[in-house]
Design a protein around this ligand. Structure first.
Ligand SMILES: *Cc1c(COP(=O)(O)O)cnc(C)c1O
Length: 406
């Protein structure tokens, strides 16, 4: 590493609050599926800013749309209408089949909005203020207090107790465990259609179908968090569309703006008509013209560039390649995932393997200590997958060699 890059890293560690153990690299620019650090070293990117940069870096049409919007107007206020927000909401409705959109600035804020929607919906029904939400163990919904309260990982929550009350936890794909938590105060059941941070666990069809039925029978809201698994990542625009059901509320963020900070929570007409009204919720920035110009262009480009078809094809190829690594290495236990959201489960911590891959010019990320997560830009090709697998194989071999020498 150059001394200049090292100096910047040292500076960062003096100024930024140390809430991340960062990799020792300063990324400077991106092009397609490649990142470049300050020294000009090129990296194949299989992280895309954690499932954000779906269209790859330096997509000209996307960049031009943002530049154009910057020259027109960046921000107004939600007290006025703006064209990009109208367009973005209309397009988002069309691709999701949901009916009402509220734009936020992040995923966590979208989850906050979903939680408020559920409570208000139930409050309007019976006037009670002790409604409960059922969330899942090993889930991840964000770091703000409400989102943290429904995140099923005690490690993230412990130091920040008390959480918001009346949250119960069940196990994803264990319908009986959900049933056990249902009371006459249950207002919503919330889960990620594919658990991301928790280790890439897709909801099973049986689980999804039974929870949907339960929610219908008891007028409980089914709320799906599509922040990581949505926006084409599984080969459908939203992962739940693969199950032939529709949620009552869904959250989306990450790839929604492909790099511009934006999220949203969406709901059906029925929920929209019986929950949040003027004065109940708001956001100064939420859905501002710049963010929505990004959303609007992203949805256009998904269609124009045939993103879903590419995810289906290259995702299937990635699965095959990862499965061959499971065959090849004893230390690789199994593969899980859908489309271009995949996890490779090791019998050991993967930190060293990821560092070695980084040295060799491949960016990877973990999900938990022993899973490598693959969330590349959705525009990758089979050749990129081949390159990734070659470097990953070398990195695993290097790691094994070091382990035996020690
Ligand atoms: C990343 C993520 C969030 C939180 O989004 P932020 O934009 O970081 O607040 C919530 N839910 C899921 C499933 C996520 O992957």
């Amino acid at each position: 590493m150059s001394t200049t890059m090292q100096q910047y890293i040292d500076e960062a560690e003096k100024a930024l609050l140390h809430t991340y153990n960062r990799y020792q690299v300063v990324f400077d620019k991106g092009d397609g599926v490649y990142l470049y650090d300050m020294d000009g070293k090129r990296y194949l990117d299989f992280v895309s800013g954690i499932a954000v940069f779906a269209l790859g870096y330096h997509n000209e049409e996307y960049n031009d749309a943002l530049k154009e919007q910057i020259d027109k107007i960046i921000h107004t206020s939600n007290y006025y209408y703006n064209l990009p927000a109208i367009e973005a909401a209309t397009k988002l409705k069309a691709v999701s089949g949901m009916d009402r959109v509220f734009f936020t600035n992040s995923g966590a804020e979208a989850v906050e909005g979903a939680v408020k929607t559920a409570r208000k919906y139930a409050f309007l029904k019976d006037g009670r203020t002790d409604h409960e939400i059922i969330a899942m163990h090993h889930s991840f919904h964000g770091r703000t207090m409400g989102a943290l309260s429904v995140t099923g990982n005690p490690h993230y929550r412990e130091a920040f107790e008390p959480m918001i009350g009346h949250i119960r936890f069940a196990d994803l794909n264990d319908f009986d465990s959900v049933l056990e938590q249902v009371t006459d105060r249950t207002c919503a059941i919330l889960f990620e259609t594919v658990q991301g941070e928790g280790g890439i666990y897709p909801a099973t069809e049986d689980f999804m179908r039974r929870v949907r039925k339960l929610c219908d029978e008891q007028d409980i809201l089914l709320m799906l968090d599509e922040i990581q698994c949505g926006m084409g990542r599984t080969g459908a625009m939203f992962a739940w569309q693969r199950y032939g059901i529709r949620p009552d509320v869904m959250t989306v963020a990450k790839a929604l703006g492909c790099g511009v900070p934006v999220g949203a929570f969406l709901m059906t007409e029925k929920v929209g008509a019986h929950s949040l009204v003027a004065g109940d919720h708001g956001s100064t920035y939420g859905g501002n013209p710049l963010a929505c110009a990004a959303v609007s262009k992203v949805i256009d480009l998904f269609e124009k560039q045939n993103i879903l078809a590419n995810v289906q094809e290259v995702g299937a190829y990635l699965e095959t390649c990862l499965d061959s690594l499971v065959e090849e290495f004893d230390c690789v236990k199994t593969r899980r995932g859908v489309g271009l959201l995949q996890g490779l489960v090791f019998d050991r911590p993967v930190g060293e393997i990821i560092k070695k891959a980084m040295d060799k010019g491949l960016v990877l990320i973990n999900a938990g200590s022993d899973i490598i997560r693959f969330v590349p830009p959705l525009v990758i090709t089979r050749e990129h997958v081949d390159d990734m697998v070659r470097i990953l194989r070398e990195s695993i071999q290097d790691d094994l060699q070091i382990k035996t020498i020690q």
